[in-house]
Design a protein around this ligand. Sequence first.
Ligand code: ZN
Ligand code: MN
Length: 470
Amino acid sequence: MNVKIGLEIHCRIETKSKMFCSCPSDVEKARPNEFTCPICLGFPGSKPKANIEAIKKALMIAKALNCKISEVVLFSRKSYFYCDLAKNYQISQFEMPLGRNGYVELSNKKIRIKEIHIEEDPAKLVHVGKSINEAEYVLIDYNRSGIPLVEIVTEPDFSSTKEVREFLSKLSSILEHLGVYDPMKEASMRVDANVSIEGGERIEIKNITGFANVEKALSYEIARQYSLIKTGVKVERETRHWDEKMKATVSLRKKEVEEDYGYIFDPDLVKIETTGLIKEIENRMPELPDERIKRFVRDYGILEEQAKVIILVDKKLADFFEECAKIYKDYRKLARWVVVDLLKCLNWNNIRIGQSKVEKEKFVKLLEMIDRKVITERLAKEIIKEFVATGKDPEKIVEEKGLQPVGKEDIENVVELVLKENQKAVEDYMNGNEVALNFLVGVALKKLKTRGDPKLIKSLLIEKIKSLNS
Ligand code: ZN
Ligand code: MN
């Protein structure tokens, strides 16, 4: 069955001050409702003024998403009555969005961007109680009110959750490269998703934060609609909410008609021409992920798949790779260790490189220790776990755990001991059981604390067993 998914994504634009007032926008530092003023609290008579820096950054996003850019920036009032907006309307764009008809290229298809517009964030609501539908009361924090956002609307071009995931990580990487977005900030990207299955109506899931949640919500919703259709129940139009605790989407409201927000142009805000601004941002456009992936493949000679992972997972990881590449020249080995082991350990600790204590010099030192045969690759794969968790110097880890290199003599001693202690396995091997040999190598490696070259151990074992035989 045909699945159709479209996304509306709200992204917070990183600026010093809010969209229409001079309140600081780094509200994470503030107590609830501290960073507010008559403008972002929507007092009658207060006059908003557009933040040009936010407009420039939104223009950069529109350009990076290949949009046709509007000649003027005009703001409209989107009227609705809800406690997260004290003035009963949100300043947004409607008739003339900043950008239209863009696209983002995925590995197998193009996702069309219908439009991108600027708006202000409403206040943050905290529902206290069991769930959003059964909250006892609601706390309102107006710090978030007036933070600049871009809303990016795609066409319903996605046909799987996998495509959605690829799109979101690409989008996030583009925004990070533009330097307009901080993925570490709370709810810096919020997703509304429209999902429909052929023959059913469109369901909207509101306000999902976190890529993993988007994927879970969509998978759940597709399965739910699928089972409804299978049992002959018609899927009706409604708005649902992803409940993280219940791991399910729950109904918020049935939607009979298109909501009417009574848009009008905001008479408080002047029209801004974009021609001059576009010229200005053209000089500010940085290298974007697609170009960077190509450059990594060309200049470092690494695989495209590796370059994609490094760059699309986290821009800071790509920066880290390039910093390391300045002091470590085996780029392929570097890429392999970043993509496989470093990333695995970061994920294991549930952190990004920027939050970790991993330093480039120490990471490179670990690779050099393998090159100098101080440690084996196998041992390095153990050491990196502690290294990523603590940021400790790999040499120190080796010292503390008594993992200093072993000489051939040490290995020979261990091999002899292993043969003596495992006579059954030795006999099995002599009777043609190859697996028994691998078992003996394993035992020896364990005794050597994963030091020593497995190939050498293996050949020593065979040699010794042969001499036992003769
Ligand atoms: Zn304010
Ligand atoms: Mn919006």
